[in-house]
Design a binder for this molecule. Structure first.
Ligand code: FAD
Ligand code: FES
Ligand code: FES
Length: 452
């Protein structure tokens, strides 16, 4: 049992490691101190590195990634970019266009920019904004950083993508870290050790490691189970594996559920979307998770799987209280399924947060409407950020159905929404703000529909 992976093409062989060891801590222990720690919470991007798996090159926040997750993988840090011939083109552009002052954020920006450089032949300003959305700079100002990235990524590509080493991951890189490749193995481990800490992308659980300094006795990491990354479309029902990342969902939704794509692009940053998963979004049962309100509006069902069988249940019934669910100790979340929109149905999602990129919802509304000519024949509403759980807002949806499109929804919905939930007041917003902004987004949907 040991952990083997590659950093900047050098094989790492780690005989013994604590399950809570993050990639960032490891990098700094071995002297690769170019990668910085800013926040330790996935918010600043100073710790960004590139992970190569198969043909894909993607960025991730090394501060949140347990090293056990990396068995057989290939990681590139900022130290890998420059060569004897000089700086990497994105580094050179940062120098030429004065895109760095204190430089603390710079390694992270450079890694996000380098991933974009290798991923796309040419880029637009929007591509750059999206790629850099998870990186914060406090002193240079973003314009020169964006200009440098644009210039480097649109120049003739002289720097080939790093080479790829393959190595089959070890199902147990340490006694305390299980990295199974089949669901069968994973459910057997969960059956035998129901208390084991489960994670997939660790973008939520990673915070327990860096903020509350949790030291799990053992980890069951589901991120290498290919069957959980599958999806299928059968007679208009879309079934999504729980291990699909937000980035993977973006391309599936682009084909089959376009009206949900803008919401996906507002989830976390590119680094978070590359690692964070559907199963983790439901498993964390957070009141501000963005997929539950969407999936509630779509009447989705969730699949829970134990070693001796599986069951499907309505997602709306899955959440039982603040961060509690119907998941039994021997079960894992394996899939979600829902019917795609029919031609007479529309979906309207509005997320309100303090920062456009990389911020969680203060309020999220996801409304599915069924239309019959100019009248509304059906309404289903999921609310996020409002209460201890995601809400299936049946009273508000019923009011929308009764009101139709020809009168303002605001006065009635502002009253009725409190029958669905008692919105909380916290550091993000007051209860009144939540009520008014949720109803405001719904009224906006009405106005968009009548002026369409
Ligand atoms: C900076 C930052 C920004 C973020 N922004 C957003 C945002 O805008 N919107 C949003 O919704 N979320 C956001 N998140 C939260 C997080 O990224 C998501 O909830 C993500 O979906 C978690 O997925 P994961 O695979 O990383 O989960 P993990 O961290 O691996 O796990 C989270 C929880 O789910 C459980 N779990 C994971 N997989 C399974 C499974 N298959 N079966 C059973 N239980 C499981 C784990 O036990 C754990 O309790 C953000 C997080 C950070 C750090
Ligand atoms: S240190 Fe800030 S995102 Fe990792
Ligand atoms: S250059 Fe100082 S924080 Fe970005």
């Amino acid at each position: 049992m040991s952990l083997r992976f590659f950093i900047n093409e050098q094989e790492q062989h780690v005989e013994d490691f604590a399950p809570e060891t993050t990639l960032l801590n490891y990098l700094r222990q071995i002297g690769l101190t170019g990668t910085k720690e800013g926040c330790g919470t996935g918010d600043c991007g100073a710790c960004t590195v590139i992970l190569r798996q198969g043909d894909t090159l993607e960025t991730l926040n090394s501060c949140l990634c347990p090293i056990g997750a990396l068995d057989g993988a290939q990681v590139f840090t900022v130290e890998s970019l420059a060569s004897n011939e000089g700086l990497h083109p994105v580094q050179q552009a940062m120098v030429d266009l004065h895109a760095s002052q204190c430089g603390f954020c710079t390694p992270g920006f450079v890694m996000s920019a380098a991933a974009l450089y290798w991923q796309q032949q040419s880029v637009t300003r929007d591509d750059v904004l999206e790629a850099l959305g998870g990186n914060l700079c406090r002193c240079t100002g973003y314009r020169p950083i964006i200009d440098a990235t644009l210039a480097a990524c649109n120049a003739e590509k002289k720097e080939p993508a790093p080479t790829h080493h393959t190595r089959t991951p070890n199902a147990a890189p340490s006694a305390a870290y299980a990295l199974p490749q089949s669901l069968e193995q994973a459910t057997a481990i969960k059956q035998a050790q129901p208390e084991i800490t489960v994670l997939t992308g660790a973008t939520d659980y990673g915070l327990a490691l860096t903020q509350t300094l949790e030291q799990p006795a053992a980890i069951l990491d589901l991120s290498r189970i290919d069957s959980l990354k599958q999806w299928q479309l059968e007679s208009n029902t879309l079934t999504l594996g729980a291990g699909l990342s937000f980035t993977a969902l973006e391309s599936i939704f682009a084909k089959h559920l376009q009206s949900a794509v803008p919401l996906l692009k507002r989830i976390g940053s590119r680094q978070i979307r590359n690692r964070g998963t559907l199963g983790g979004n439901l498993g964390s049962a957070s009141p501000i998770g963005d997929l539950p309100p969407l999936l509630i509006a779509l009447n989705a069902e969730v699949q829970l799987c134990a070693h001796d069988g599986s069951r499907w249940m309505s997602l709306a019934a899955f959440f039982t209280g603040y961060r509690t669910t119907q998941l039994q100790p021997n079960e894992l979340i394996t899939a979600v399924r829902f019917a795609l929109l029919n031609n007479d149905e529309t979906l309207h999602c509005h997320k309100i947060s303090k920062r456009h990129e990389d911020d969680i919802s203060t309020v999220l509304t996801c409304l599915k409407l069924k239309h019959q000519g100019n009248t509304i024949a059906g309404a289903k509403l999921g609310l996020g950020g409002m209460a201890a759980t995601p809400i299936d807002a049946q009273v508000t949806a019923e009011a929308i159905l009764e009101l139709g499109l020809n009168q303002s929804w605001l006065p009635t919905l502002t009253e009725r929404i409190t029958e669905d939930c008692s919105p909380m007041s916290d550091a993000r917003a007051s209860s009144e703000y939540r009520i008014h902004s949720a109803c405001g987004t719904l009224e906006r949907t009405r106005l968009e529909l009548i002026h369409a």
